[in-house]
Design a protein around this ligand. Sequence first.
Ligand code: ZN
Length: 198
Amino acid sequence: MWTIKLINIIFPPSCFICKKEGKNLCDDCLPSFKKPVDSPYLYIHSLYSFKDKRVKDIIHAIKYHHRRDLILPLIRGYKFSIPPDSILIPIPMPTLRKYMRGYNQAELIAKEISKEKNVSTRSDILIRFKNKKRQVTTKTRGERIKNQKNSFDLKSSVADMNIILIDDVTTTGATLDEARKVLLKNGARSVNAITLAH
Ligand SMILES: [Zn+2]
């Protein structure tokens, strides 16, 4: 912890968006982020709109520039509750990509929600067992859905669990839906999802 405090003394936090000193996301910017207007599936709850360029930039920084400090303000900036018996499961990243990046941002997000809402996270249940063609290279919604088929499996039982899948962004909801189907088929009692943006 002392390293973080030391860094704060040398570089006091400033707002990622407007650069104002004080917080990494300030009290003016955070409440002004656009909320998503719709959701690809009713069970997916997204906190912010990915169409808001500022949100897009923040998620990019979390993903590629190690700015995990931006996750907590995003979570705190949106009032939501989680049933206390929920288990959070981050969407795993294909192994090679996780290795290249060094971390899975969905796992970081799940850990922050976990601490904030006092529920447990399990990163050891859901596995992604094939390195399919990356989503960005496929064009249509149909292709993307097909591309995700059967790409998840389970390492241990999920019987009677109330699961909340966690990811950074959802677009078509295809990845989350595929994971959800596998969990329900294997006896999960309920499966919802939370993403930072849609
Ligand atoms: Zn600001």
